[in-house]
Design a protein around this ligand. Structure first.
Ligand SMILES: [Ca+2]
Length: 240
């Protein structure tokens, strides 16, 4: 991150003012984050599973924000055979509704990852083998979705020295349309990855007071030290 020049000068002015006035002790607090992940492996639907994540330990500091993300994936296959006496334009979706629930089973986040197929089939070729002129088989289909939410209050669920166990459910929603007489087979698998980020202030002990008499440091001396030096010490550039 590179500061714009005029922005730096404004900061420099602010620092000069602060530096010439007596510095009083202020409780130093650093905003930081910690991230945890827990997954449910891709498997056949439907299922009811759980993820387990550490709660935020209040000994670490003061919690400001909780970010929760659900990443979901659908995998599997679709088999189609048009059984109509006429050609048909068939569409089919391999789809799973993957949800992250609160311990009370209410929905925290929900997603619907979907892999879609669209195909024009000839009239029934007489053999229901999901291939030939009127049918097809699609393996190794997949798609993913993410959803997220944040909390800035009501942290009760997330605070403690133990773990948080949240249900994850997956319900197959696969379906096909486009022919009145249509044979279809779906194998719908789903998986989930849940991420929680706690953003909090680390409480630090108060720094000792530094009293600097205004008269002992004239502004000209500060100018000689150089604004750049001050900026460098107060606002180190992050390596990027
Ligand atoms: Ca066929």
């Amino acid at each position: 991150m590179i500061m714009h020049r005029h922005f730096s000068i404004q900061f420099a002015a602010a620092i000069l003012v602060a530096f010439t006035a007596p510095i009083t002790a202020v409780q130093a607090a650093t905003l930081t984050t910690v991230k945890y992940e827990s997954s449910v492996n891709v498997q056949k639907t439907n299922f009811n599973k759980f993820v387990t994540l550490p709660k935020f330990d209040p000994k670490l500091g003061e919690l400001q924000k909780v970010f929760v993300q659900l990443g979901s994936e659908v995998q599997g296959s679709i088999q189609l055979e048009n059984l109509d006496a006429e050609p048909a334009d068939v569409t089919a979706n391999l789809s799973a509704e993957v949800s992250l629930l609160k311990p009370d089973k209410s929905i925290l986040l929900t997603t619907l990852p979907t892999a879609s197929i669209a195909k024009s089939f000839a009239a029934d070729d007489g053999t229901q083998d999901f291939s030939g002129l009127s049918g097809a088989t699609y393996n190794n289909l997949s798609n993913s979705k993410t959803a997220s939410t944040s909390f800035t209050s009501d942290f009760g669920l997330f605070i403690g020295s133990d773990t948080l166990t949240l249900p994850v459910t997956a319900v197959a929603k696969s379906s096909g349309t486009g022919a009145g007489n249509l044979a279809q087979i779906f194998q719908t698998l789903a998986g989930a990855k849940v991420e929680v980020v706690y953003e909090y202030y680390i409480k630090k002990p108060e720094e000792p007071k530094r009293e600097i008499p205004e008269s002992s440091i004239p502004l000209s001396a500060l100018a000689a030290v150089g604004v750049c030096t001050l900026l460098k010490s107060k606002y180190p550039r992050s390596a990027e």
